[in-house]
Design a protein around this ligand. Structure first.
Ligand SMILES: Nc1ncnc2c1ncn2[C@@H]1O[C@H](COP(=O)(O)OP(=O)(O)OP(=O)(O)O)[C@@H](O)[C@H]1O
Ligand SMILES: [Mg+2]
Length: 321
């Protein structure tokens, strides 16, 4: 058996391997061609190709010596801006190898830095502009201070579409000689929601158990209940069978090993599919938000989920407002 992680094994090696993000890839390619680029800010959800694109840029610019010319740092690992600053200083001391006039510093999770740390980062960026280009990666560009944003070309990554995710699934399935049903592909997309890393991790853990990938296997590996089961819980509550609904929900949570957070997100999604008046849906979705917030604040998850189910039950009893 192999022991490579698929997210590394299937990391895009060239621009053409990066699915989606078409406009971004096009603009970045132009920078690479000119061997010149501004600082870049990659913003967007997890598992959509930010790190991958930064590595491709480095490979394309520096060829065989790409490894020596990119410094990868993680803002949330590095325990403060001082560590980042010292590492940058060391790295920037020597010039880039070859005919590119700069080296690349990739700073992951830049939005984990405090405002003060970002101010310090901004000064570091200014100090080393002659020899280095920064590629900052974050989930939310709104958490990055304006002076940094204005120094960067900003690229907003999007979740991969269903078609793109399925193309990637099919590529992996072929290369790993797996069998997969159409339903299983759909399930993988539903669960990953366009996060390609999550999709690859679930697929790999399924493949470790069987080379026949089924919908059941996927749900059992993914901390997600089958949408149908969550819907059944809600429908049971709507029929004024609170206790049954509560027990069923507990069973599902135990079976799939779900946390309250996992469940509340799924419940929220399924409320939209219920056969009730739009106003009642809105009411319940609003409740989900409230319940999730209480969980974040540390309230007991089961207690909160029961409170939500009681609201669903009451919604079912109420005929008209
Ligand atoms: N656009 C994409 N095209 C093809 N594969 C992708 C794409 N995005 C992600 N992947 C796959 O998912 C893995 C993880 O992606 P990557 O590390 O680039 O995500 P990221 O956007 O940097 O996420 P994070 O914000 O969590 O750091 C890659 O190694 C690759 O296998
Ligand atoms: Mg990344």
């Amino acid at each position: 058996m192999e022991n490579t992680i698929w997210t590394e094994k299937y990391r895009p090696k060239d621009f053409s391997d990066i699915k989606g993000q078409k406009e971004i890839v096009k603009r970045v390619k132009a920078f690479v061609k000119q061997k010149n680029m501004p600082h870049l800010l990659f913003s967007g959800p997890a598992g959509t190709g930010k790190t991958s694109l930064a590595l491709v840029i480095s490979k394309k610019l520096f060829g065989d010596s790409w490894h020596e010319n990119i410094l990868e740092l993680n803002a949330s690992d590095e325990r403060g801006i001082d560590v980042v600053r010292n590492k940058v200083k060391d790295f920037a001391r020597t010039r880039a190898i070859g005919d590119v006039p700069f080296k690349i510093i990739y700073l992951d999770e830049s939005d984990a830095l405090t405002k003060e740390a970002q101010q310090a980062l901004r000064r570091t960026m200014e100090n080393y502009t002659r020899t280095c280009r920064f590629i900052l990666s974050c989930n939310y560009s709104s958490k990055i201070i304006d002076p940094i944003q204005s120094r960067c070309a900003i690229f907003r990554f999007k979740f991969l579409s269903k078609k793109e995710i399925i193309e990637i699934i099919e590529g992996i399935v072929k290369s790993e000689s797996l069998k997969i049903s159409e339903k299983a592909k759909e399930a993988l997309y539903e669960i990953s929601n366009g996060d390609c890393r999550r999709m690859e991790n679930i697929l790999q853990s399924c493949a470790a158990l069987s080379n026949e990938i089924t919908e059941e296997l996927i749900y059992s590996m993914s901390s997600v209940a089958r949408p149908k089961e969550i819907k059944e819980v809600l429908e049971t509550a709507l029929k004024n069978r609170f206790k049954d609904a509560r027990n069923k929900l507990l069973d599902i949570m135990l079976e799939y090993g779900l946390s309250g957070f996992d469940v509340i997100k799924q419940i929220q999604k399924e409320i939209l599919n219920l056969d009730i008046e739009p106003r009642k849906k809105m009411f319940l979705i609003d409740k989900c938000g409230e319940i999730e917030f209480r969980m974040v604040e540390g309230s007991d998850e089961f207690l909160q989920l029961e409170a939500l189910l009681s609201q669903v039950t009451l919604t079912g009893i109420k005929k008209e407002d």
